[in-house]
Every structure is written in structure tokens, then in C-alpha cells.
Design a protein. Structure first.
Length: 276
């Protein structure tokens, strides 16, 4: 991958990780456009996730501190909500099925589904919700947390937006929009952190198996590392701006408008997979 492709991937990662348009779906789209092995792009994207993780921590720095204080009641729901995606992710990686999912036809279909979920479930006038049992307190019930976590697990499929599905689900379960947004991105922290850690460990093991000595990198590996660090910084900066923008859009009731991006892109990917 050359310099400009990495920059483009970093920009796309920073934007699509937070906006409800599916970062994995856009990775498949980029791989299709540039004729690059999507599994290689996916590995780089996971590394760039560290930048988006920093963006979440920066935007929600004060709220994260509150988890040890007034918002301590959120810790249990966050744990419950993290379990489904963690379990599914481990199974997919262990069985090797994860790499088989990154196809243009799957991503296209899932992007269309994401767009429909955003349009029909994310509109401000969609107010027929099932009240959460803890809706009067700054927390989420265990049942709601598990259901939200299930949608996060489904978003492992490329094209399904993690933020889109979890926020819409939380709101439909009666969780306040502001809390639903915060809960969604708090749920992302262990998933992104875990995926980044696994990628880091895998890279070290691959380096050792290739005969490399600790503390010594070949010139080509050094260049690749520097490029990746630049990508992480870009994804963090773009992700920070994207997350701040998304929060404002949700407050204004315009969350559903991202359907106008997801559905056309999904149709294009489907057509390309069938006739390209």
C-alpha cells in the first residue's frame, strides 16, 4: 500500500468508524476500487482503530472519569453489552470465517439494511418505543444492554454500522438519545481495544517468526511503521471531529439522513459484485 492509499484509508476510517455508515463496509469498497486484498486492508484498519479509540477517549474524557463515580451503575450494563461481540469476534477469528465475510456482495446488502434501519428506526418522529426499565436514571437496564450488545455483534458483518445499529436499538428501547450515544461509544472501547491488542500481538509474533531480532526493524519495516503511525494520528484527528459532529446531528434529530449515503453505496457494491 502506498502513502496516499494509507492516507485515504485513515480518513475513511476516522469518518466511517463513528458516522453510521459502516467502516468495514467502506473498507470493502476501497478494496474493490483499488483492487487490494480486503483482508490486508482490514488488518491495517484494525491498527488504525487505535486512533479512533483515542478519539472516543478525548471526546468523552470527563464522562469516562465519571464511571468511577456518579456513573458507576453503567459499568455492569457495559460489561453485559460487550459480551456478545466479544464472543462472536473470538469465534470468527478462531475459525477463520472473519476473512470470508469481506465480500462486496455482503457489504452491499448490509449497507442497504443499515440505511433502512437508520431511515425507519433513527428518525426523530419514530417515537413508539419500549420504555427502558431504568430510563429515569443515568443507566441502561441489563436486558437492554444485552439487546444493544447483540446488535453490536451483528455489526461484525461488513456494511452493518455498529454505531447506527446500537444507537437506534438503544433509542427504540427507550434510552435517552444522549445516553444512547454515550453508551454506544463506550461499548466500542473494549471491542476496539481488544482488536488492536490482538493485531499488535499478532504483528510481534509474525516479526519473530520471520527471524527478526527484538528492537531491530528492517528499513522497509521502519518505513511501514512510520506510515502506520501517521495513519493513526490522522484517524484520531478525523475521528474526533466526526464524533463531535455526529453528537450534534443526533441532538438535531438528523441521524437518519445517513441512509441517503448507505443505500446508494450498497446498491453500487451489489451491482458491481454481480456484473463487475
Amino acid at each position: 500500500m502506498d502513502f496516499w492509499q494509507l492516507i485515504l484509508l485513515s480518513l475513511v476510517q476516522g469518518l466511517s468508524e463513528f458516522l453510521p455508515i459502516s467502516s468495514s463496509g467502506h473498507i470493502v469498497a476501497l478494496g474493490t476500487i483499488f483492487q487490494i486484498d480486503v483482508t490486508k486492508l482490514d488488518d491495517i484498519s484494525i491498527a488504525l482503530h487505535f486512533g479512533t479509540l483515542m478519539a472516543i477517549c478525548a471526546v468523552y474524557s470527563e464522562q469516562l472519569k465519571d464511571l468511577s463515580g456518579k456513573d458507576r451503575a453503567l459499568l455492569k450494563p457495559l460489561f453485559i453489552g460487550s459480551l456478545p461481540a466479544g464472543i462472536v469476534g473470538i469465534i470468527l477469528v478462531a475459525t477463520g470465517l472473519n476473512d470470508q465475510l469481506h465480500r462486496a456482495d455482503i457489504a452491499g446488502l448490509m449497507l442497504i439494511i443499515t440505511g433502512c434501519v437508520l431511515w425507519f428506526g433513527g428518525r426523530a418522529d419514530s417515537e413508539e418505543v419500549v420504555p427502558d426499565t431504568h430510563s429515569t436514571t443515568p443507566t441502561v437496564s441489563g436486558k437492554s444492554a444485552f439487546l444493544i450488545g447483540l446488535t453490536q455483534a451483528c455489526a461484525i458483518l461488513p456494511g452493518l454500522s455498529r454505531s447506527g445499529l446500537t444507537i437506534v436499538t438503544a433509542k427504540r428501547l427507550g434510552v435517552d438519545a444522549k445516553l444512547a450515544t454515550k453508551f454506544s461509544f463506550f461499548l466500542a472501547i473494549p471491542i476496539i481495544g481488544g482488536a488492536s491488542l490482538i493485531t499488535f500481538i499478532a504483528s510481534i509474533m509474525e516479526f519473530r517468526e520471520s527471524g527478526g531480532n527484538e528492537g531491530e526493524l528492517a528499513p522497509q519495516q521502519q518505513d511501514a511503521l512510520y506510515l502506520l503511525l501517521i495513519g493513526v494520528v490522522i484517524s484520531a484527528a478525523v475521528g474526533f471531529l466526526a464524533l463531535r459532529w455526529l453528537i450534534k446531528l443526533i441532538e438535531r434529530g438528523k441521524f437518519h439522513q445517513f441512509a441517503f449515503w448507505c443505500i446508494p453505496l450498497g446498491v453500487i457494491l451489489l451491482i458491481y459484485s454481480l456484473y463487475g
